[in-house]
Design a protein around this ligand. Structure first.
Ligand SMILES: NC(=O)c1ccc[n+]([C@@H]2O[C@H](COP(=O)([O-])OP(=O)(O)OC[C@H]3O[C@@H](n4cnc5c(N)ncnc54)[C@H](O)[C@@H]3O)[C@@H](O)[C@H]2O)c1
Length: 285
């Protein structure tokens, strides 16, 4: 159902790869709510992925950009202003990737060049986006910028690896830049901490299905799916949330506030022997 929450607004959505992507759902919902948008993803993703099909469906343009490249980001914001006919009102950063996870390097055996890449792609790109936009005056006053994050920034979840460090930094950038951008242009900067969601990036997380099941059972409202995440992003882009900034907003069915549930407590009685080696020592994890 459409409420015209973004009527007349212009936006840029980074990170739609396929119809499972959270950014894909956000792009669809934004247009449904009356926005005109630009899509962006890496040149490879644009060539290999399905983003062009989405652009056709939504009647919008795709501007390829590697979000770690300041030059590429300058082109995106410049072209977006030209194509959309004015400054943008909202931006979604829906970008994450860990080459260490891809190469199955564990957290106590990280490759540091790859760690730099994880952080550049998944966190520093958000700073680059904000800095480029601010220097160019590309975001309209009272605009809204959202990046997607995960609770592993606050709590250790087995297998999330160096992405946890990247997400902690991403959330910190939202606070630090949110202060400056808010003070000078009333632009709000927030992160939305989403439940585990089955997407291409999500599938890379070790034990994703069990993690999803655990958090679904632990959350009083159950896991939030990608469509629900898109709804939340839309409210954050709308004028209904004009005084919300510098926050990590948990969109996780209550998971982040839970400690122990009855079902988890019952499950806890099951055997732990499989986590001991032949000498009875606890195995890492
Ligand atoms: N899926 C989950 O469980 C989950 C949970 C919480 C937060 N998130 C976050 O949501 C965001 C979107 O992920 P998703 O789950 O929709 O998966 P996804 O794989 O559909 O999206 C990730 C996107 O990042 C893009 N990307 C990677 N490197 C890039 C670069 N250098 N420049 C520009 N784009 C680049 C990919 O092309 C892809 O479109 C990520 O930040 C992710 O960490 C996901």
């Amino acid at each position: 159902m459409s409420y015209n929450l973004l009527k007349g607004k212009r936006g840029i959505v980074f990170g739609a790869l396929n119809d499972q992507s959270i950014a894909w759902k956000v792009a669809e919902r934004a247009c449904e709510e009356g926005a005109t948008i630009i899509l962006s993803n890496t040149p490879v993703a644009v060539r290999m992925g399905e983003v062009s099909a989405l652009a056709e469906k939504l009647n919008c343009e795709v501007i390829p950009a590697d979000a770690t490249s300041v030059e590429d980001l300058e082109v995106v914001f410049q072209r977006a202003i030209e194509i959309l006919g004015g400054k943008v009102d909202f931006v979604l950063h829906s970008i994450g990737m860990s080459p260490n996870v891809r190469k199955k390097r564990t957290y106590d055996d990280l490759d540091y060049d790859l760690l730099n890449k994880t952080i550049d792609i998944s966190a520093v790109s958000f700073h680059k986006m904000l800095q480029v936009a601010k220097k160019m005056g590309a975001i309209a006053d009272y605009g809204s910028v959202v990046a997607l994050t995960y609770v592993a920034a606050q709590r250790t979840l087995f297998g999330y690896n160096d992405m946890a460090d990247a997400k902690a930094m991403l959330e910190s950038i939202a606070r630090s830049f949110g202060y400056i951008y808010g003070r000078e242009h009333s632009v709000r900067v927030n992160t939305i901490s989403q439940s585990p969601t089955l997407t291409t990036a999500g599938a890379g997380i070790k034990g994703m299905e069990n993690l999803m099941d655990f958090s679904n059972r632990m959350s009083p409202l159950g896991n939030a799916n990608a469509d629900e995440c898109a709804d939340y992003c839309i409210t954050m882009f709308s004028d209904l949330t004009r005084k919300v900034t510098m926050q990590t907003l948990f969109h996780d069915g209550g998971f982040s506030s839970m400690g122990m549930s009855l079902r988890a407590m019952n499950q806890y009685e099951k055997s732990f022997d499989q986590f001991r080696d032949e000498n009875g020592n606890l195995i890492y994890g």
